[in-house]
Ligand binder design. Structure first.
Ligand code: RIB
Length: 357
């Protein structure tokens, strides 16, 4: 009986997804560009996180899963491409920096298999491809340590002070027919600034900035180029602290925190709150709340990439003409589906397919 109820709940979520995507509006030539990081992830299944100075072993009988495609940029690109239902007219491109090692091949294959255009990615002889080390506990929660490698050091041409800097024409080529740019924070800030500033100048390009990836301040300039800033709750607190304001306590008042970021230059701030749902504070003062699709604890197998799925789905729904509440509902469904899958190719399997559920 319980199993039947569980299956019904998942079925309901999948049916919602099916009807949503099957009625999406075709948006001819509306491409999504993701600029960001790619990591080869190692998953370590453990009972709990080690405390400082403590050694732990993996869960009995478990092995680490090695070299799985990850990194926020790569995961969002794979998710975006898989969610796009109008792929005949809509493309998804990823620009990232890789080494020349085997990890790069794994990541590029995952991107290409998902239909992502990687033709503008860089390969760097002296830099290793980025790596993520993910601690996966029995409750499905994840914590990661990232080694940036080429994600951090590989963007020389994106530095406008460099002799080899990308020309304006080259940047414009990347933005050709692009309607939405999706960014994260696992690459240097100047990379995000360069593409977001040009996107803003060109107009009609929605810039979405995921606040996840690195604990460093975000500049007011960057905030002004973003149409949507999407932090989770802990990233939101870190961001407001980075502006050095002690008057806002790190309480649960995430709406005030979002409004504070708006005072610093952000436009629409969308806070993802896991099982508590997500809340968008718009630049014209509206607050839109979307509950999450409730899951029983045993259904949550692996939270890795759930936030990436949420952000990718939000971008896809926005691009395809949905209203904001629908975008958040679709994003929430994508996030909920992604945490219910575990297995060898965790990232790629966990991302729901737009029109094949
Ligand atoms: O968002 C999930 C990703 O965060 C992981 O793949 C890990 O590599 C880190 O970048």
């Amino acid at each position: 009986m319980m199993t039947l109820q569980r299956k019904n709940a998942r079925c309901h979520l999948e049916l919602f997804f099916f009807f949503f995507v099957s009625t999406m509006i075709s948006n001819v030539g509306a491409n999504i560009l993701i600029v960001g990081s790619a990591n080869a992830d190692t998953f370590l299944p453990i009972a709990r996180l080690p405390t400082e100075g403590e050694n732990l072993t993996l869960l009995p009988g478990k092995q680490p899963a090695v070299d799985l495609p990850g990194g926020k940029g790569c995961t969002q690109a794979v998710a975006t491409s898989k969610l796009l239902t109008t792929r005949q007219t809509t493309t998804c491109s990823f620009v990232g920096q890789f080494g020349t090692d085997d990890a790069a091949l794994v990541l590029l294959k995952a991107l290409n298999d998902a239909g992502v255009d990687t033709s503008n990615c860089g390969r760097h002889r002296d830099l290793p491809t980025g790596r993520g080390y993910v601690f996966l506990t029995q409750s499905g929660s994840v914590s990661a340590v990232v080694s940036g490698g080429s994600n951090l050091g590989g963007w020389k041409r994106w530095d406008q002070d460099s002799d080899e800097a990308l020309s304006e024409e080259e940047i414009d080529q990347l933005l050709d027919n692009v309607s939405c740019v999706l960014l994260q924070r696992e690459v240097p800030e100047h990379v995000n600034l360069l593409i977001a500033a040009r996107a803003r100048e060109k107009g009609n390009i929605t810039v979405i900035q995921d606040a996840g990836g690195e604990d460093r301040p975000i500049s007011s300039e960057m905030l002004q180029y973003c149409d949507y800033l999407i932090p989770n709750e802990s990233e939101l607190i870190r961001l407001i602290k980075s502006f050095g304001d002690d008057s806002l306590s790190p309480s649960n008042d995430y709406i005030s925190h979002a409004k504070y970021l708006q005072q610093q230059g952000a436009r629409n701030v969308l806070v993802t709150r896991g099982s508590k749902g997500s809340t968008l504070v718009t630049d014209d003062g509206k607050t839109i709340h979307q509950p999450s699709f409730l899951l029983a604890p045993h259904q949550v197998l692996d939270e890795t990439g759930a936030g990436d799925c949420y952000r990718a789905a939000f971008a896809v729904a926005l691009l395809e003409g949905r209203n904001l509440q629908q975008c958040m509902e679709f994003a929430s469904a994508a996030g909920s589906l992604s945490v219910q899958v575990n297995g060898v190719s965790i990232h790629t399997v966990a991302v729901p397919f737009g029109n094949s559920i």
